[in-house]
Design a protein around this ligand. Structure first.
Ligand SMILES: Cc1ncc(COP(=O)(O)O)c(C=O)c1O
Length: 366
């Protein structure tokens, strides 16, 4: 298999652990292992201490599957647990064939369109546009895009990096159009539950023709657990992923699954603390950027942890280089999203966001 470098992940690999501050992370504030083991709902510490380090069940620990089924209601056979990025890889590779038509919203987290391309699919982009102070997806564009027996529509709401969310009516329309055309929807719901200025949308897995992907990396702030899941009413799509997983990780880490189950059984509480941090940071970011209208075009995010403002004065690549060199601050330029609009990603999920924003302010003024 040949695949283009994942530009965002290569950028993070270069800077994430070599600079002091990050303006553009997409996760929320994390927690130490001790705190997760102290969560209610099970004897997590004892379970971890006495856990045999044997192989685990390929689909995922039955306790986790049961907790997820209580959330999604698709039946145990409709769920598989794995690393989020691995699950995107496995779904795309088990479902798609060379020549299939795939419609993917754009910009997007690269694996959502790069994996279909690497398989030899015809990938058509459904573009988000910024105008009148808001992001939008043109609903009239979708119907013609879903022509010619499109096999898969890929969406991601709340959206990384823009923070865009459709209205509930638009969301239903997207689902209806996909269903009418016979396309399956792959709905990346990593940021669901992190709504800022929009109502929470239902999960796409309530529909017959969809697979959803979510996990513990963003809202719960536990990316180091490498735990996510797919859920679908179409059990055959999940069993194909399960069969292919035998060629990647086979099964999940046992100790990781104890921590993941503790987190999933307390997911609302974990997310609520991070929603509070996110809301405060989003308000700060709104005031900061709105106060600099000559330098930055700011579109407030409707949900998720990120926003995608545009630098109006100067070149964003130069500014990102200066941020690293002068402030030890990582700022993600839009080129890593295959965009060339002089934008950058702002990530508002962590407690130290005000510090990173302050440094960015010094850079803009300097
Ligand atoms: C939209 C989206 N999907 C999937 C992922 C992958 O999650 P993970 O890094 O936990 O594998 C990310 C990570 O940034 C993401 O932003």
């Amino acid at each position: 298999m040949k695949i283009r470098d994942f530009q965002l992940e290569r950028y993070f690999a270069k800077y994430e652990f070599n600079v002091k501050h990050l303006l553009s992370p997409s996760d929320c504030e994390t927690r130490p292992v001790g705190e997760i083991l102290g969560l209610p709902g099970g004897e997590w510490r004892e379970r971890l201490n006495s856990l045999p380090l044997s192989y685990t069940e390929s689909r995922g620990n039955p306790g986790i599957i049961g907790a997820l089924d209580a959330i999604y209601g698709v039946g145990n056979d409709g769920i598989v647990v794995g690393c989020p990025e691995e699950l995107i890889f496995l779904f795309m590779n088990s479902f798609l064939d060379a020549g299939d038509r795939v419609v993917c919203l754009s910009p997007a987290y690269q694996s959502l369109y790069e994996l279909p391309r690497s398989i030899g699919c015809e990938v058509v982009l459904w573009k988000l546009t910024a105008s009148g102070g808001r992001w939008s997806l043109d609903r009239d564009e979708l119907k013609p895009l879903l022509k010619d027996r499109t096999k898969l529509l890929v969406v991601n709401f709340p959206h990384n990096p823009t923070g865009y969310m459709p209205t509930p009516e638009e969301f239903d329309m997207i689902g209806d159009l996909a269903e009418g055309s016979g396309a399956v929807v792959f709905s990346d719901e990593m940021y669901r539950g992190l709504e800022l200025d929009a109502p929470r949308l239902p999960s796409f897995c309530g529909r017959e023709n969809a697979v959803i992907m979510s996990g513990l990396s963003k809202g719960p702030g536990l990316p180091g657990l490498r735990t996510g899941w797919l859920a679908s009413k179409r059990h055959g799509l999940i069993s194909s992923v399960l069969a292919m997983k035998d060629y990647t990780t086979i099964c999940n880490s046992g100790p990781g699954e104890v921590l993941a189950e503790a987190a999933i059984r307390n997911i609302d509480e974990l997310m609520e603390r991070n929603r509070t941090i996110l809301r405060a940071n989003a308000e700060l970011a709104g005031k900061f950027f709105a106060g600099r209208p000559d330098l930055i075009e700011w579109i407030p995010p409707a949900g998720g942890t990120t926003a995608f403002p545009r630098l109006l004065d100067g070149n964003i690549e130069d500014l990102c280089r200066r941020a690293v060199g002068e402030k030890s601050l990582m700022v993600l330029p839009d080129s890593v999203f295959d965009a060339k609009d002089n934008r950058f990603r702002v990530g508002m999920g962590r407690l130290n966001f005000p510090e990173a924003l302050g440094l960015f302010g010094e850079l803009l003024e300097g």
